[in-house]
Design a protein around this ligand. Sequence first.
Ligand code: NAD
Ligand code: MN
Length: 433
Amino acid sequence: GIKIVTIGGGSSYTPELVEGFIKRYDELPVRELWLVDIEAGREKLEIVGSLAKRMIEKAGLPITVHLTLDRKAALKGADFVTTQFRVGLLDARAKDERIPLSHGVLGQETNGPGGLFKGLRTIPVILDIVKDIKELCPDAWLINFTNPAGMVTEAVLRYTDHKKIVGLCNVPIGIEMGVAKLLDVDHSRIRIDFAGLNHMVYGLDVYLDGVSVKDRVIELLTSPENSSFVKNVEGQGWEPEFIRALNALTCPYHLYYYKSDEMLEKELKNFKAGTTRAEVVKKLEEELFELYKDPNLAIKPPQLEERGGAYYSDAAVRLISSIYNDKRDIQPVNTINHGAIASIPYESAVEVSCVITKEGPKPIINGDLPVAVRGLVQQIKSFERVAAEAAVTGNYDTALLAMTINPLVPSDKVGKVILDEMLEAHREHLPQF
Ligand code: NAD
Ligand code: MN
C-alpha cells in the first residue's frame, strides 16, 4: 500500500485532498495518510484530521489516518510527501500584503515583494524537510503546493540533490476549466500547452479533442459578448487588441504586471477598508473550520471552493496517480526545465505541460516563449533565483537585490524601506537573517 505524508496537514484544503484519495482509491490504493503539523496548528490539525477520518470511514476504505506533530516519525518510509504549509499562518500573509501597500507598492504574495518574504520564511523549512526526506524516505516524491511554488521548487532543485520534486498549482487547471466553459464542452476534452513560470504562465496553444482551437478561443475571449465571462475568470477584462496581439492565454496573476495601476488602486482601497486578501481568507477559514467541527459532517463541504482551492485535489491526486501508475498523460507542473523553454536556464524550475511518468514529469519542448513575454518571464525567474539565494544565505544585500529587481518595486530606495520593515515584522520566522 501507499504511504502519503502531508505536511501542513491542518490546512483547510486537506478535506479536498482526502476527497481526491477517496475518489481515486481504485487506481491509487493509499494505506496510510499522515497529517503533520506544528504546535501552532495543533487545533486545526485535530479538527481537519477528525473530518478526514469521518470521510474515510463513510467511504468504507481501509486507509488509516495518523495525526502528528512529529515530522520525522511521519516521514519514515513515505512514498509521497505533499507540502501545504504556511510559515507564520495568515497573520504573516497579512503583513506580506499590507507592508508593501502601506508604501504604495503591490504586495503580491507569490511573485511580488510579499512573495519574497513568503519565500524567505518557507525555503529554510522546505530545505529541512528535504534533509529529513533524504534520511527517512529518499525515494519519495515531494509534491509541493506551498507558495511561492516556483521559488520553492527552484530552491530545492538548486540547493539540494533531491530531484524528485514537483511543484503544483491549480491556476493552469482553472484556465482549462474556464476555456471548457467558454466553449461549452467537458473539460476533459480541453488541453492547453502551458509554458512559463508559476503564476507567470501562458497558454501557448489550446486543443479541443486534440485539434487546435486557439484562434477560436482568442476570438471568443476578445468578443464583447463574453466580456463579463472573461472578467469573472480574470478579475478584470483585457483590452481585446492586447490579447489578440499577444495571441496566448494569460493567467489571473498577469493582472499585477499588465494592469499594475488598476490592481494597486483596487488593493489600496481594500487595504484602507481592512479587507485585503489575507483578511478575507481568514474569515472564510474561520467559517470553514466551524463547518469542519460538525461531527455529522463526513464530506468535503462545498464552501471550500470559495476559498480559491478548487481543483486542488484533482491536481494533486491526479499527479500522484500518474506518477504511481506511469500513466504518461499530460499535466502542467513545476519541474526542471531541461530545455523545454530555451530562454530559461536549463536547470531552473519552469511551469510547463509535461508527460507524467513513473520517473517524473517530462517537459514538452516548446522551443521558446513569444518574444513579447520572454523578458518579463526571465525577470521573474531572476527574481526567484536571487530570492532563493537570499533565503539560503540570509544575506541582507542579496535580499535587497531581490526586492529591487522585482518588477512591482519602483526603486531601490522604496525597496529598502519595505525590506527593513518586513525583516523586522517577520523576524521570528527568519532565523537566517
Ligand atoms: P494555512 O495558513 O492554513 O497553513 C496550513 C498549515 O501549515 C497550518 O495548519 C500551519 O499550522 C501549518 N504549518 C505552518 N508552519 C509549518 C511547518 N513548519 N511545518 C508543518 N506545518 C506548518 O495555509 P493554507 O491557506 O492552507 O495554505 C497552505 C499553503 O498552500 C500556502 O503556502 C499557500 O500559499 C499554498 N497554496 C498554494 C496554492 C497553489 O496553487 N500552489 C493554492 C492554494 C494554497
Ligand atoms: Mn498557485
